[in-house]
Write a protein that binds this ligand. Sequence first.
Ligand code: SAM
Length: 299
Amino acid sequence: MNKTLLKLKAEEVENALEPGAPGWVAPMSDREFNFLRRVVKRHTGIALADYKRNMLYRRISKRMRALNMDEVKPYCELLSGPKAAGEIPLFINVVTTNKTSFFREAHHFDHLARIALPTFIDEAANRGSRRLRIWSAGCSSGEEPYSIAMILQDSLKGLGQWDAKILATDIDTNMVESGQQGLFPADAMKPVPAPLRGRYAAPNSGDKSQVRMATSIRSSIVFKPLNLLEAWPMNGPFDSIFCRNVVIYFDKPTQRILFDRYADIMRMGSVLYIGHSESLYGITERFRAVGQSIYQKIA
Ligand SMILES: C[S@@+](CC[C@H](N)C(=O)[O-])C[C@H]1O[C@@H](n2cnc3c(N)ncnc32)[C@H](O)[C@@H]1O
């Protein structure tokens, strides 16, 4: 490999193959890019900016290699032809960005443990109820709902039997499957506070480089594939929703509709956590800010 190629990142190297070499994919035209981003927008709400062009090309190239296609045009035809329904979910799986980690934006989990959960527990007791529902919407591979589950289990310790459940949903079916397994690389557990790690995760007997989440934690989470833009099968009411780093690529009208739907399905006084670069300012007045990217439902 020559010096110039050595400087390229791995994925750029793949696309720097000689035309006709195995795995080579012809460049994507403007027309193809615009078609593909319309499909992404229609099915996920994600509005891909011009600068995402290379990222989209890299990601679909992977899928096209699996289909033995070396031109983007037939792939576009597949997405608009009679077999589209079978391909769209696989297309979505390659185009979504799934970056996540345990206890990401740790102040949210601190707020959940110290302020939100004690309030929810008191309020439930006042209603004569022992039901708690939290939704991780756009949960990726599960680090977010497992972080919530560890906090929830710790907060309910010694309080007797509670009907406490976390719903974890994502449009990406690979992520939902991965989350369901409850297996993570041992390294991924570093941000988890040591006492929680000790109580709720153990080395996987089959592969010591992995940890397995405790059964009590796994059974408190229900993983389901769900597109946030489509109909929701659940009624709530939710005590809290985590929707973090999901709407960042949605346009404002799509965000407005989504946050309105969240408000409809949340209990009055319940708490919504959003990503650090997201905001409800100018989007909805049904929540008030109570902390950094933390909102309470007020209407
Ligand atoms: C960057 S990850 C964020 C994961 C986690 N919430 C966090 O903050 O660490 C965004 C997730 O949103 C999901 N997503 C994107 N559009 C979606 C949609 N329309 N419906 C449901 N999930 C969606 C993606 O598949 C991805 O897993």
